[in-house]
Structures are given as structure tokens and as C-alpha cells.
Design a protein around this ligand. Structure first.
Ligand SMILES: C[S@@+](CC[C@H](N)C(=O)[O-])C[C@H]1O[C@@H](n2cnc3c(N)ncnc32)[C@H](O)[C@@H]1O
Length: 547
């Protein structure tokens, strides 16, 4: 390329990145935790399909396009032996994240402001897990290439990358709506003007779109999907200068050009044709069962998929990846599943019974399998290893005087495989548990710190060890930070009463704000007494653990 043309192209690229930076600086993206990106989950999925991922407990983790660190900061908080780095173009978002890191007192994480396409990555070192969520489709092509080449350069030999992106065919019809919104709102001055003009366009089109037309269908899907969407989301999803979906196979081939290979979906249940019913699975597997990529691309057409979350590894691992599950690998897993009996209490005989949640149940008439489902339900939300599960099943059968089947282990492995394939269970390479309850109540330090930091936030939440966001009530924002194991029930009530008297929170009954000492004490005590149940529901305390 001649020099002048090269400079013009470079200038154009810089301008595009500047535009993206300005968009996120002026309307920051709300920063959240995404359980499907948690390195513990990525490790488990990697192991499931035949590879050996890096140890999560001491991993180095990078998040590209981390916005204000809502995803990577809680990971660092729960994994003190790990080192985490977050990187984002927007200085406004990075500053917001740094304030949160200081509030949490974390020293194992740093947030860097920079452009992934032009910054010097060498000083960062290498990473066992690299996460890039909600970025790839929304950046210019040179940044897309930079993200994939950063994966290749920065991943440790057995490291795992996570990338999410918009896909066709689902985005074909969404593009009609986006194009219309951009046509009217794109050129407007302020973000609010853009949005308001774009909304006007949708209103207009809804009035005039012929019933049963493709446009009417696209608009009604848009309405349903964005009914509760906030402005920042609509702006960045529909009115950003870049939003470039692609077909899954296109992404897989681009990844190959960078020396990487597609390993799996972050929701593995979506990868198995059997989950879509025989009518779809049988012809699909007959036609393209030899190629997992093709099976998944066909499935994207079947379900009109709009979004994907893919795990990538170094290309050299390609031949080792196995899509037929190898049950011997289950020995390395710790499993969790919410599988209570849906009807009568378990009968350890060969009568049929059903377990699980509405719409996601497993039926069995095997007493050993019933016992396993009960053990998992009692343990939920925490995990049990396959070995301990087998032992617990044997104990339950023994206690009931029931002879285990000769192939009991195989039957339990078949159950575990079903839970995995259907997406009814969770599995990790590390045990997942929380502090067991004791008196006085205690919550682990990361949970206490997050709750305290949440007091200052508009959307106050903590992230639990499963990397799920839990919204906190105003009372819990004050109560959870107190659970350091030194305060008994009375001390908790006294401390909250002091906070009420200081005007930091209040209690109401029947719409009336409580002021008297006795009525306030009663109301606070109710909250304190219900606390251990709430901690279990939030997956912050291990009160359900039977050990
Ligand atoms: C849609 S937001 C997603 C944020 C977050 N990962 C999430 O999913 O909530 C995209 C983020 O990518 C960042 N970004 C865009 N271009 C970038 C670049 N060239 N280098 C680094 N970050 C970039 C933006 O600043 C923004 O925070």
C-alpha cells in the first residue's frame, strides 16, 4: 500500500476506535457478572470435552473489554490466589472499576485503560483464561482481529478463551430493526436524541407494517425482547456504529486463521442434537454427525440463534477434543443439581418417580438413581464429587436394606451424563461450598466486603461463589457486612437499630414507618431470624451442607 493510502486507512481506523471510546465514555455500559464466563465453569467444560485446563485456584485471568470490571472484579474477590487483569478502551468505565477495587480492598487485580488493537500486550504476560464478553461484534474489524490474535499470543499452552458474539441467522431480522433505528436516529447529536428518534421510527413502523409481514414479525420480536431494556443497552446494542453479526462457521474459520480452534459452547446443552427432539436430531445427525461444527450451525438455523458464547483453545488441541462424552472423566468432577422429588417422598423401590424442577425433570424407577437425585437435592446449591455421591447412594440403600444393582456405578454415571447433556446440573473441577452456618452467623470475607461496597450503589448486589449476581435488600446491605462471626443475634439487632437511629435505613409496616424502640426491634429481629435461610437462597452460606 502506498504511504498516503496507508495513513488515510490508519486515520479512518483510529477515528472508528475514537468513536467507540466516546460512545462508552458518554454512556457507560452497566457492568455485570456473567456466570457462564467464570473460569471455574470454563475449566469444567474444557475437561468435559477431553482436555486438561489450567488450575483455576491460582490462574491468571484477563478480561478484554471489561467495562467497569463487574465480571472480573468479583472473580478476583473470590480467588485471592489468582491474578486478574481487566482491560477496556473507556477511561470512564476503568476509573469506575478502580474505585470498586479500592472499596473491596483487592490487591490481586488491575484494570488497564487501552485499545486492544494498538496497546503493547507483551508486558501483560500470559493468561490461563481470557474472557471477551459482548465486545467482538461491536468493534471494527481490525479490533476483532486484534482480539483473536491476543488470544493466540497471550493464552498459556493449555489456556482457554471465552468469546461471545452476535450470530446469524437470528440477527438477520434484528438487523432490519437496527437499520431502521439507525436511519432515523443514527445521525442525531446526543445519545438521548438518537434513542428518541430511533424509538419514533419503531413506533411509526409498527403503525404501518402490514400484518403478517416480515417487518411486523421483526418489530414484535424486538418489542418483546426490549420491553424492559434500559437506555444504555438499547444505545449500544442497536445504535452503536458497529454491530457485525456472523455465522457460527464463519467465526470458527476466522478462529482457525489465528491458530485457535473452537472447543465448545459455554452452555454445552445447546451442542447436543438430542436435546432438540428426534424429529430434528435424527436427520441432522445422519446428515452432519461427523462434524460438530456443522451440527451446531444447522441447529442455529433450527432455533434462529442470535447470540453465541464459545470456548476456544490453541489449534494444536484440535485432535484431542472429543464430543462423545467420556464417562471416565466424571471422576474429576464435583456435581450439583436441584433435583427434589416432584411428588411423594422417595420410595427406594422400583416404582417410577420424577425429580427436578417444573419443565426440567428426570424420571426413574431405579432406587440407586433415586437416592442419587435425593443426595444432590439435599446438597444443593453445593457440589458433591462422583466418589462421595456413590458412597452416599450406597449408604442410603444399605440403610433401607436395598441391594444395590450390580451395575450401580454405571447407572449413576448415566444419570450424571443426562444431567450434563440436558443442562440440568452443574459441574466443576473444584468443590463448590460455602462456610457452614454456625452461631454467631458468619459470611466469608468477599461476601461481606461486596455487601458493604454495595451500600453506595444504585443497583446493590453481591456476586456469590457461583458467579451469580444477587440483588440485596436495603436491610441486607447493612446486615451482611456485620456477619464476621463476632455478633450474636442480639448484637446484630442492636447494631441495625443504631443504623436506623442514624437515618441509614428504615423499616415500615403497613406503609407506616416504624419509630418506637419495641416495634423496631421486632421488625429487625424478624430480618435477622430469617437471615440464615436467605443466605442459603443467595448461595452465600452452606447451611444446606450435610457434612
Ligand atoms: C458492549 S460493552 C461490553 C462490556 C462487558 N464486557 C459486558 O459484557 O457487559 C463493550 C466494551 O468493549 C470495550 N471496547 C470496545 N473497543 C475496545 C478496544 N478496542 N479495546 C478495548 N476495549 C474495547 C468498550 O469500551 C466496552 O466497555
Amino acid at each position: 500500500m502506498r504511504n498516503g493510502a496507508h495513513h488515510r486507512k490508519r486515520g479512518h481506523v483510529d477515528q472508528a476506535i475514537e468513536q467507540v471510546r466516546a460512545d462508552y465514555d458518554s454512556v457507560p455500559y452497566e457492568s455485570h457478572a456473567f456466570p457462564q464466563t467464570a473460569p471455574g465453569h470454563l475449566a469444567a467444560v474444557t475437561h468435559l470435552f477431553g482436555l486438561d485446563p489450567p488450575d483455576v485456584a491460582c490462574a491468571r485471568v484477563l478480561e478484554i473489554g471489561c467495562s467497569a470490571g463487574g465480571n472480573v472484579i468479583p472473580f478476583a474477590a473470590w480467588h485471592p490466589a489468582c491474578h486478574a487483569v481487566g482491560l477496556d478502551l473507556s477511561a470512564v468505565q476503568i476509573d469506575q472499576g478502580r474505585r470498586r477495587i479500592r472499596a473491596l480492598g483487592l490487591t490481586n487485580i488491575e484494570l488497564l485503560q487501552g485499545d486492544i488493537a494498538s496497546m503493547d500486550l507483551a508486558p501483560l504476560g500470559t493468561f490461563d483464561y481470557i474472557i471477551c464478553h459482548g465486545v467482538y461484534s461491536w468493534v471494527p474489524e481490525n479490533v476483532q482481529r486484534a482480539i483473536l490474535s491476543a488470544f493466540k499470543r497471550l493464552l498459556t499452552p493449555n489456556g482457554v478463551a471465552y468469546i461471545s458474539y452476535n450470530v446469524y441467522p437470528g440477527w438477520k431480522s434484528k438487523e432490519i430493526v437496527r437499520d431502521a433505528m439507525l436511519l432515523r436516529g443514527g445521525g442525531m447529536g446526543t445519545p438521548q436524541q438518537k434513542l428518541s428518534y430511533a424509538r419514533g421510527m419503531i413506533d411509526f413502523l409498527e403503525e404501518v407494517a402490514p400484518a403478517d409481514s416480515i417487518l411486523a414479525k421483526a418489530l414484535s420480536e424486538h418489542r418483546a425482547l426490549t420491553a424492559n431494556a434500559r437506555d444504555y443497552y438499547l444505545l449500544h446494542e442497536y445504535l452503536e456504529s458497529f454491530n457485525t453479526p456472523c455465522y457460527f462457521l464463519k467465526l470458527a474459520s476466522r478462529v482457525g486463521e489465528h491458530g485457535l480452534v473452537y472447543l465448545a459452547d459455554a452452555a454445552p446443552s445447546t451442542m447436543f442434537a438430542v436435546n432438540y427432539g428426534d424429529k430434528i436430531a435424527t436427520p441432522l445427525l445422519a446428515e452432519c454427525g461427523h462434524s460438530q461444527g456443522l451440527v451446531e450451525q444447522y441447529l442455529d438455523f433450527v432455533v434462529n440463534r442470535t447470540f453465541r458464547q464459545s470456548l476456544l483453545v490453541h489449534g494444536e488441541w484440535g485432535p484431542r477434543i472429543q464430543y462423545k462424552l467420556d464417562r471416565t472423566r466424571f471422576a474429576g468432577f464435583h456435581f450439583a443439581a436441584r433435583t427434589p422429588s416432584t411428588g411423594d417422598p422417595t420410595r427406594l423401590d422400583d416404582s417410577p418417580q420424577e425429580y427436578g424442577e417444573p419443565g426440567a425433570t428426570i424420571g426413574t424407577n431405579d432406587p440407586g438413581v433415586k437416592a442419587a437425585l435425593e443426595v444432590l437435592a439435599a446438597r444443593w446449591p453445593w457440589t458433591i464429587s462422583r466418589r462421595d455421591l456413590l458412597d452416599a447412594v450406597r449408604e442410603r440403600l444399605d440403610a433401607a436394606g436395598v441391594e444395590p444393582a450390580a451395575d450401580q456405578q454405571d447407572r449413576i454415571d448415566e444419570l450424571l451424563e443426562q444431567l450434563i447433556i440436558r443442562g440440568l446440573g452443574r459441574y466443576r473441577l473444584e468443590p463448590m461450598s460455602a462456610d457452614p452456618p454456625f452461631t454467631p452467623l458468619r459470611l466469608s470475607e468477599p461476601g461481606r466486603r461486596m455487601a458493604k461496597a454495595a451500600r453506595a450503589d444504585k443497583h446493590a448486589y453481591v456476586v456469590n461463589p457461583w458467579h451469580e449476581e444477587i440483588l440485596l435488600s436495603a436491610v441486607d446491605r447493612h446486615l451482611l457486612p456485620l456477619l464476621d462471626g463476632t455478633r450474636d443475634r442480639d448484637a446484630l439487632v442492636d447494631t441495625l437499630l443504631t443504623s436506623v437511629r442514624a437515618g441509614l435505613l428504615w423499616f415500615e409496616r403497613d406503609g407506616r414507618r416504624l419509630t418506637g424502640n419495641a416495634e423496631l426491634r421486632d421488625a429487625i429481629a424478624e430480618h435477622v431470624d430469617a437471615l440464615s435461610g436467605r443466605l442459603i437462597a443467595m448461595k452465600l452460606s452452606g447451611a444446606g451442607v450435610s457434612e
